[in-house]
Ligand binder design. Structure first.
Ligand SMILES: Nc1nc2c(ncn2[C@@H]2O[C@H](COP(=O)(O)OP(=O)(O)OP(=O)(O)O)[C@@H](O)[C@H]2O)c(=O)[nH]1
Ligand SMILES: [Mg+2]
Ligand SMILES: [Zn+2]
Length: 297
């Protein structure tokens, strides 16, 4: 142990760059590194750290209540820890992918987080179309909060009380603009999206937590292009579709894959109109992707 090193103190990780962090401590924000190569630290982690000269060293990560993951074909990446509520941010412009939105919601359901859909930029004329694209998700119970970050962010503020909320979404949807609206001193970087590419410019490059009060915080994150769910096996995946839950375990075959087996309750629910066919289709697609990924390993 380094003789000059200080006592262990606790803190909260409020910014995560790849291997560098900012920890909120009793003495203010402090740049920190991590002890060793194996300790995984993400934004929102409660940690124990020790002073080392001008900066700190994170020695330990406290047990997490939740850990939101996403994966791609090669690896699984943690986005943020101890999040209690996910806010998926969409906008009429640039256009958004409803499938990506659903993937985010599924990851949140798997971790038992509350979720909401934030329809930002409602000052734009394409708002009714964006609203219509969210309607199937609103029907199965996801709250849709409409607002314009440039005009009034109050509808979001009301939803933050008592939660650690992670804002996630494609680039250019206005996540950082919402941060600036709620935290006047934040000065989070924002940028015009590209009309030509119908996409944002990936302005935010790291995850950052802004504290509203003792019990509430908002986390801004870099724009997403993809969100794979290979880390969810077939059972976890089925449970993450909230409207499937009443039917699970009721199919004729215990190991029903909900494809073309007779007596599949999910297929029956689609036929009766209780479940949206597009959702069952998405489930099958994700399950197949998960299986291909498992076989590659
Ligand atoms: N018209 C309108 N424009 C908005 C609104 N909110 C944000 N914008 C604009 O949308 C653009 C993108 O906003 P950002 O806040 O940088 O988007 P982001 O989601 O943080 O993007 P990334 O950091 O790349 O993920 C900026 O030009 C904002 O001014 C809104 O409510 N109405
Ligand atoms: Mg941003
Ligand atoms: Zn079935």
């Amino acid at each position: 142990m380094n003789e000059a090193a200080g006592e262990l103190e606790s803190g909260l990780v409020i910014a995560a760059f790849s291997r560098r962090f900012i920890v909120e401590t009793a003495h203010g924000p402090l740049p920190c590194q991590v002890r060793g190569r194996h300790l995984q630290v993400v934004c929102g982690d409660r940690v124990e750290w020790r002073r080392n000269g001008e900066s700190g060293v994170i020695e330990r990560v406290s047990p997490r209540d939740t850990l939101l993951y996403r994966s791609d074909a090669f690896k699984t990446k943690a986005i943020a820890a101890n999040v209690t509520q996910l806010a998926v941010v969409v906008a009429p412009r640039p256009s958004f992918s409803p499938e990506l939105v659903q993937r985010c919601l599924l990851a949140a359901e798997d971790q038992g987080m509350a979720s909401l859909l934030l329809l930002n930029k409602t000052d734009l004329p394409e708002t009714p179309l964006a609203r219509a694209r969210l309607a199937p998700l609103a029907r199965i119970g996801y709250p849709v909060v409409e607002l314009s970050a440039l005009t009034d962010a109050t509808p979001l503020r009301k939803r933050l009380k008592g939660h650690t909320t992670l804002m996630i979404g494609q680039s250019g949807m206005g996540k950082s603009t919402l941060v600036n609206a709620l935290f006047p001193g934040a000065r989070a970087e924002t940028a015009e999206y590209s009309e030509a590419l119908d996409s944002g410019r990936h302005t935010t490059t790291h995850t950052r937590l802004y504290r509203l009060d003792d019990g509430s915080a908002l986390i801004d994150s870099p724009g997403l292009q993809e969100f794979a769910l290979q880390h969810l096996d077939a059972d976890a995946l089925a449970h993450a579709f909230i409207e499937f839950r009443p039917y699970l375990g009721q199919c004729r075959f215990r190991d029903c894959r909900h494809e073309s087996e007779p007596g599949c309750r999910l297929v029956e629910a689609v036929d009766s109109g209780a479940i949206d066919a597009a959702r069952l289709h998405l489930f099958r697609l994700l399950r197949q992707a998960q299986q291909r990924a498992t076989h590659r390993l």
